[in-house]
Design a protein around this ligand. Structure first.
Ligand code: SF4
Ligand code: SF4
Length: 308
């Protein structure tokens, strides 16, 4: 079985095979509140959670940013494609009798611990050849002995040139002299329809914040890609706010709809872009919404009414 070849056929640019990881220090730090609540789904002890597995397969899917005028982070369309590629790979492995399961492990910490990547001042992980713009899909696997060719462990290395560009542009002030503070990072608040006002005021794109990655010189070799016509149509704010989310969800994955997140973020962007023409759509959405989504829609409406 040639794992690297199977991963390539599925569309991944690189694949690393590691032993079942141990990351006690990460688990201790999470318990002390060092990481955002989105890390809650990660298992604290991989060996206990996947006792049948003998390897962790890390699959790398690079992506290019979208142009500055795009309202969408380039990460999400790529993330959805990489998820489907992972499923394709799982089917191929199942065909060879290999059990796999999506791994709930702290992949970026593991990449650093294994000497494959390094953490930057922005808290992003840099991988040689990919910058910080890559998605990691991870599978726990029970491989036959002859396929257990683990990727050699590398030595720790540095890449950050401490230029402070990320620190100067971060809209939340999350990157400070004392390190990165997830509590000030916009990404930590964009999982649901309710976002603190300071986050909403600073949002400049849907589903994430790319600002620290955009300015990082370690990413400057990655050229932006144009938005496709389908992406432009699907993510037009008027389309999202008219309730037609289907084309957008086909691009970024159905789970992005959870709790009205996409509608909420479209409303916030409409407000931040001064789109008073979208007020009727926002009001129609607010009339039928409830709970946190309604609150966010009302925030956007009141923001725009001040401008009208
Ligand atoms: S922008 Fe500069 S300081 Fe920030 S992560 Fe990149 S290299 Fe490091
Ligand atoms: S993602 Fe945005 S808010 Fe978070 S650290 Fe980077 S620039 Fe700051």
């Amino acid at each position: 079985m040639n794992l690297a070849e199977l991963a390539k056929q599925a569309g991944f640019s690189a694949a690393y095979l590691l032993p079942v990881p141990q990351y006690d220090e990460w688990t201790r730090r999470r318990a002390s509140g060092a990481f955002a609540p989105q890390t809650g789904w990660i298992e604290g002890d991989a060996a206990a959670a996947y006792p049948w597995a003998n390897a962790l397969l890390l699959l790398i899917w690079p992506y290019a940013p979208l142009p500055p005028d795009a309202v969408l982070s380039g990460y999400y369309p790529a993330s959805n494609r990489s998820y489907h590629a992972m499923q394709t790979l799982r089917e191929a492995l199942a065909g060879e009798g290999v059990r796999t399961e999506r791994a709930a492990v702290p992949v970026k910490t593991i990449l650093v611990d294994w000497g494959l990547g390094t953490r930057l001042d922005s808290d992003l992980i840099f991988l040689p050849g990919f910058g910080t713009r890559f998605i990691v899909q991870a599978l726990m696997a029970a491989l036959p002995r002859e396929a257990l060719n683990y990727t050699p462990k590398g030595a720790p290395f540095e890449a950050c040139i401490h230029c402070n560009r990320c620190r100067r542009v971060c809209p939340g002030g999350a990157i400070g002299p004392g390190g990165y503070d997830w509590r000030r990072c916009l990404r930590a608040y964009e999982e649901g329809p309710d976002m603190p006002p300071w986050v909403m005021e600073r949002m400049s794109c849907l589903l994430g914040c790319e600002v620290c990655q955009d300015v990082c010189p370690l990413n400057h070799f990655i050229q932006p890609r144009p938005m496709t016509e389908a992406e432009r149509e699907a993510f037009a704010l008027e389309k999202l706010l008219s309730g037609d989310l289907k084309p957008a969800l086909a691009i970024i994955g159905k789970n992005m709809k959870k709790g009205g997140k996409l509608t909420a973020q479209a409303a916030v962007l409409a407000a931040n872009q001064g789109r008073t023409d979208l007020l009727p759509l926002l009001e129609a959405q607010a009339a039928q919404a409830e709970g946190p989504l309604k609150e966010t829609l009302l925030w956007a409406i009141s923001h725009l009414q001040k401008e009208a």
